[in-house]
Design a protein around this ligand. Sequence first.
Ligand code: DGL
Length: 252
Amino acid sequence: MRSAPIGVFDSGMGGLGVVRALRAAMPCERLIFFGDNANAPYGEKTPEEIRALSLRAAQTLTDRGVKALVVACNTATSAAEAALRQRLDIPVVGIEPDLASARAIAGDKRVIVFATQATLSLPRYLEAKGRLCPNAVSIPAPELVQMVERGAVAGEEPEAFFREKLAPWRGEIGAIVLGCTHFTFLRAPLRAVAPGIALLDGIARLTRNLRSMLAAADALAETGEGGVELHTSASDPAVMARMRALYEMRAQ
Ligand code: DGL
């Protein structure tokens, strides 16, 4: 059990940022990543569609004998985490917008949340926002998902998007939540537009939860070199090339 791999999935490229962080935090673990790029974006789909795709993505990983499943997609966590837990007999841990940390850092200032339309309209987020961060400003950003899928992670295109969306809140922002894993690749353009503002991506919290779930199941790998395998549902070889480039991109 300890030497079995951990499965990680996302709708596409975003989960690579999670894989990179898990690789650094848990170097003895073997990680198998599945990006469902052929079906991205998930954030524009119905909850039923997202659930069906998530269950299928999970199946491709459980077929490889994974000991735990990481949902590296805020959208899939919102729509499908409960269904995945019910269906699978391994630990399941999902990433979600880190509103609690953002609120603690922002104090009386505004928290801005960039996420997909699906995440922002599902009950899980609405309940957490009401409870933890009622003054959060929720901004759907499907354009950013497309940019990252295309590999446009720097320069004027993402910067112009952030400039326009943040303009109404200038001077009032205390923290920004990256509520979609794709956006973790856009820290540099976001920092250029909003210097000095804390950016929260939920990955540290996810890593802590994964570690404690594995420890509770006596399944933490503590020896060996670990490693990473990348897979995609897309047939275009250019997608895999972009995946590798993003995975190897210097952490921002
Ligand atoms: N990376 C995904 C997330 O964290 C969603 C991107 C998409 O719309 O597919 O929400």
